[in-house]
Design a protein around this ligand. Structure first.
Ligand code: ADP
Ligand code: MG
Length: 244
């Protein structure tokens, strides 16, 4: 189980004169959970957005399951369907029911039949504990429920890897646990996951590897017990002193 599934080398991304990622190297094994921590503005979201091809890198290489996403000839649409992403702000289609949120991309992108997309949607709603909300509209759900719908929607595309960008940061504290519980269950089922989070307890318990980013670099990485429990770099120590 130590097969490299995501391999990032020398990844650079600038916005105009602003160098945001200054050479990121990262390996994720199949089935592993990597948590990315670090101060605001350090480039965490940009890193995830590059992996999902929402941003075009200025240099370096990203390979996911043997497919080089940074190859100019890659079929971006096909590659992107294999990478699920969950954002802080849920991003559900507010005018569509929960069921339609889960079926629309299956039908349009994967060309699944109505019946099959519906069956897969119901299966994934069950996985996140929301079978009873299938006909609700997003506005009728709590933030935590909306985020679990967003996770079920991503899962319905059969992703090979899931990216989470601060999935619980916009939630009321009492709703955070349900979302982390779903993520924990996914990790237990063997999903490969990259998770930007400020939930240090989750990172300690679930992450196979923790990455601390600052200023566009990976400053420190290793098992959670080391990076969070016994950080070596002064910048990691300062950050953790502020958030723990
Ligand atoms: P983090 O997620 O760690 O808070 P981000 O990756 O969102 O950091 O942002 C890193 C830096 O890149 C910030 O200074 C931010 O303002 C800048 N940035 C992010 N996206 C853009 C963009 N589309 N255009 C210009 N600057 C951006
Ligand atoms: Mg961010």
């Amino acid at each position: 189980m130590s097969e490299t599934f995501v391999e990032i080398t020398g990844l650079k991304k600038s916005f105009g004169p602003l160098d945001v990622l200054k050479g990121i190297g990262l390996q994720v094994n199949r089935g592993d959970v990597v948590c990315i921590i670090g101060p605001s503005g350090s480039g965490k979201s940009t890193l995830l957005r590059c992996v999902n091809l929402l941003e075009e890198p200025n240099g370096g290489k990203i390979v996911v399951n043997g497919v080089e996403l940074t190859d100019p000839d890659v079929d971006i649409d096909s590659a992107r369907t294999k990478i699920g992403m969950v954002f802080q702000s849920f991003n559900l289609f507010s005018h569509l029911s929960v069921l339609a949120n889960l079926t629309v991309a299956q039908r349009k992108v994967l060309k699944r039949s109505e019946e099959e997309s519906r069956r897969i949607a119901l299966h994934n709603l069950e996985r996140v504990g929301l079978s009873d909300k299938v006909h609700s509209m997003p506005a009728q759900l709590s933030g935590g429920q909306q985020q679990r719908v967003a996770i079920a929607r991503a899962l319905s595309m059969d992703p090979e890897v899931m990216l989470f960008d601060e999935p619980t940061s916009a939630l009321d504290p009492e709703l955070v646990g349900d979302v982390l519980g779903v993520m924990r269950q996914l990790a237990d089922e063997g999903m490969t996951m990259l998770v930007v989070t400020h939930e240090m307890q989750f990172a300690r318990e679930v992450a196979d590897k923790v990455i601390f980013m600052d200023g566009g670099y990976i400053v420190e990485e290793g098992p959670a017990a080391e990076v969070i429990g016994n950080p070596q770099e002064p910048r990691t120590q300062e950050f953790l002193a502020r958030v723990l």
